[in-house]
Ligand binder design. Structure first.
Ligand SMILES: [Zn+2]
Length: 378
């Protein structure tokens, strides 16, 4: 039923179109044409203009054909991480890789190609189906910007599948919420050799704060990290300014709030502990804290309709479906907030976000086959 050769040719074509975040113009034009040829009605929303990308999100509508039903959303993202200049996909022994200098872009083009092959099969075989809404977002890799700015008035679906994770016959139903944090510490500068006692070192404050912090895997559902630290001017100056950036994630909103508060408190405590009397005046380093909610958590119940649908499709094909939680946020987190109950389906992509990225044609065919069954049952 699935045409692996057609699927592989489609993947090779798309992978060769460079589509870094904000630079999705060419892949958008290609996909518009491609979905139209499949009988879809394609529109672009206004997200691109809002976030400064070459194109907006793409939404392709496929009307019901011979079957009533609630619409089903199938989502993927069209942007890739870098290096993405001049991607040259190679197919050897049934496995796609890049030539080595760039990513392959299987994240998330494997998913796009699987949807296209499934739609080809639906059409070719005349399989009845309900309405389908394919949503291809921009700028997923730079903070889910396309999904965050998607024109939701265009989408009717209340359930969806985001094809955007490694593995096959794998479903992700939980993902953490995340906070990003930025701490700007301002101490007092002084000559490090002549009058160090007149300075308050921002570097010392930051170091103490971080040393006192619980980081890494906090518990089974919470993680935290300090990712960047920039500051200081010269070895002979007590450092005035340091900027530290970090994040926390948790599947539990209370734990996320607690971990975030803990990290903020560590900086404030360190600043107080290093307060110093300079010429009769108490100098305390100033800590400016910014906490930004990056994305909310996703927690689709195991008896939710979208999970029942994928389970039934897998069972009918005699497949074992693995359902589990994940450690990262994706467009699906945002769709769930907008009332589209969305889970994430494995696409077979491997070693993503590296030049060793690869994907097997056989795995993409397997996922496309499952998609046909899902669409048929939806
Ligand atoms: Zn992705």
């Amino acid at each position: 039923m699935i045409n692996s050769e057609r699927l592989a040719a489609e993947f090779a074509r798309q992978a060769a179109i460079s589509s870094p975040s904000f630079g999705e113009g060419e892949i958008f034009r290609y996909l518009t044409e491609r979905f139209r040829r499949l009988g879809g009605e394609v529109v672009m929303d206004g997200a691109g203009a809002q976030i400064g990308s070459e194109s907006g999100n793409l939404i392709a509508f496929f009307a019901a054909d011979g079957k009533e039903g609630e619409p089903l959303m199938l989502s993927v993202h069209m942007d890739t991480v870098g290096p993405a200049e001049g991607v040259a996909p190679l197919l050897r022994d049934g496995v796609f890789t890049s030539a080595g200098e760039t990513v392959l872009g299987a994240d998330d083009k494997a998913g796009i190609v699987e949807i296209i092959e499934a739609l080809e099969v639906m059409r070719e075989q005349g399989i009845p189906h309900g309405p389908i809404e394919v949503v291809v977002t921009i700028c997923e890799e730079v903070g889910l910007l396309g999904a965050k700015h998607l024109d939701y008035s265009l989408i009717r679906s209340r359930r969806g599948l985001a094809l955007d994770t490694s593995g096959v016959d794998l479903l992700i139903h939980r993902a953490p919420a995340a906070n990003k944090m930025r701490f700007e510490i301002t101490g007092r500068e002084a000559h490090a050799g002549i009058s160090p006692e007149k300075g308050v070192s921002a570097i010392e404050v930051a170091s103490r704060a971080i040393a006192a912090m619980d980081l890494g895997r906090i518990d089974g559902e919470t993680t935290a990290n300090i990712g960047t630290l920039h500051g200081g001017q010269a070895t002979n100056i007590v450092a005035k300014k340091v900027v530290v950036e970090g994040e926390a994630r948790s599947h539990d909103p209370d734990k996320l709030a607690r971990q975030t508060a803990h990290m903020v408190a560590c900086f404030e405590t360190a600043a107080r502990d290093l307060a110093r009397d300079v010429d009769g005046e108490v100098i305390v380093a100033e800590v400016k804290t910014e906490v930004m909610a990056d994305y909310p958590r996703m927690a689709v119940p195991l008896d939710g309709s979208i999970i029942r649908l994928v389970r039934e499709a897998s069972a009918r094909m005699g497949r074992e479906l693995e359902i589990k939680g994940a450690g990262g946020g994706s467009d699906a987190n945002i769709f769930n907030v907008h009332g589209i109950e969305t889970v994430i389906l494995g696409t077979g992509m491997t070693n993503v976000h590296s030049v060793d990225e690869c994907v097997r044609v056989e795995d993409m065919a397997r996922v496309a086959g499952l998609l046909v069954e899902i669409i048929r049952l939806a």
